[in-house]
Design a protein around this ligand. Structure first.
Ligand SMILES: Nc1ncnc2c1ncn2[C@@H]1O[C@H](COP(=O)(O)OP(=O)(O)OP(=O)(O)O)[C@@H](O)[C@H]1O
Ligand SMILES: [Mg+2]
Length: 360
């Protein structure tokens, strides 16, 4: 999705020039000609950044900024002030009210574009860092809980099995079986947590993508055959080598294929394609004609413990996401409920430099 910029300026020529330059540079643009209009537009537009002129009729930039920053719903949106006055007090005033940065008029369009890009890139890195820290803290907590519940769970499972095997009353036998089913579900979850913990940092070296794909397809083959699901592979000829950790990437692809198999009740088709984008990025696409994912669920499926299955721990895609990002790649899911799901993985060619943020 393109980042959205709201340009607020009463000078029409400025607005046109900025809009043209920034949309050429890949941004989605909305405009307003004064503070009041900006405040009206900010909620429906939900911009990723606002370029705000200071001197405007009706409501000037400072007042608009003050209102934006005192509203809970809009205070997080970064604002870069466009100021014609170079006096220090003005800049100080902008920062005091909460502007993230300022650009002095007259400015060059290239400078504005570069400042916007670098600001958004910094924001993205900050968000990622916070996410990573949050995940690490969550990981430690989950690990601690998993450790604490393992022994009591074994005891509950063991006792419930005894009750089930010795109880004469069918009703109570069934109750004991229900306890056992739930215990087994929790035990599977603990196994997945262990698996997540055991994933080592990916050590990348040149590797053959076909070999990983075929190994992961083989690993899921029995499960697929038991449900009469055909897995087709459409692999490009002579794929270039890819930076990879064979074992980890195999786990990542296996988890995705396993989801596809689980999404098909019986008799279906899964296709694995490979192709090159921009002549260099390796794309692995896994398509199934299973149940699909409801639109409002898609954004959550990489979260830990997000599952729609009784048998699931909701960690498969969390693991795949982590591995693919450790490879400097990315993963995207498109799905249509009732029709099927397409998972697209992008991986770097072997000679490319490592982990670089490329967005916006
Ligand atoms: N190909 C797919 N088709 C339909 N739904 C999917 C597909 N892939 C993922 N999902 C949805 O995303 C959820 C999360 O997937 P994930 O692999 O992380 O967990 P899980 O499969 O539920 O459990 P686990 O993989 O830990 O056993 C699934 O429960 C399912 O609802
Ligand atoms: Mg899964």
């Amino acid at each position: 999705m393109k980042p959205r910029i709201l340009i607020v300026d009463d000078d029409e020529r400025n607005v046109i020039l900025l809009s043209e330059k920034l949309s050429r540079d890949g941004f989605e643009i909305d405009t307003a000609s004064n503070g009041i209009e900006a405040l009206e537009k900010v909620k429906p537009v939900a911009p990723d950044l606002i370029l705000l002129d200071v001197m405007m009729p009706k409501m000037d930039g400072y007042e608009a900024l003050r209102r934006l920053k005192s509203n809970e719903e809009t205070r997080h949106i970064p604002v870069i002030m466009l100021t014609g006055r170079t006096e220090v007090e003005d800049k100080v005033m902008g920062f005091e009210v909460g502007a993230e940065d300022y650009i002095i008029k007259p400015f060059s369009l290239r400078e504005v574009s570069a400042r916007v890009k670098s600001f958004l890139r910094m924001r993205l890195l900050q968000t990622r860092l916070v996410e990573t820290e949050k995940m690490a803290a969550l990981g430690e907590m989950v690990d601690g809980i998993a450790h604490e519940i393992r022994n009591p769970l074994t005891a509950i499972g063991g006792m419930a099995r005894r009750v089930r095997d010795h109880e004469q009353d069918e009703q109570y036998k069934a109750y004991a079986q229900q306890i056992i089913n739930s215990v087994e579900r929790l035990e599977r979850m603990l196994m997945r947590i262990d698996e997540y913990k055991r994933i080592l940092v990916s050590v990348l070296e040149k590797g053959d993508i076909d070999r990983v794909i075929l190994a992961s397809v083989k690993a899921v083959k029995d499960l697929a055959e038991s449900k009469e699901i055909v897995i087709k592979t459409n692999l490009m000829t002579d794929p270039p080598p890819v930076n990879m950790d064979f074992g980890n990437l195999k786990i990542a692809l296996f988890n995705i294929l396993q989801n596809s198999v689980e999404a098909i009740a019986k008799k279906g088709e899964i296709t694995v394609d490979t192709l090159l984008a921009d002549g260099r990025t390796m794309i692995v696409r896994i398509t199934d004609n299973g149940v699909g994912i409801p639109e409002d669920e898609i954004r959550k499926i990489f979260n830990p413990f997000q599952t729609s299955k009784f048998e699931g721990a909701g960690l498969g895609l969390t693991i795949s996401y982590r591995i693919i990002h450790d490879h400097g790649g990315d993963i995207e899911v498109k799905s249509s409920k009732g029709k099927g799901t397409v998972v697209t993985i992008r991986l770097k060619p072997a000679e490319a430099p490592q982990a670089k943020v490329s967005e916006a």
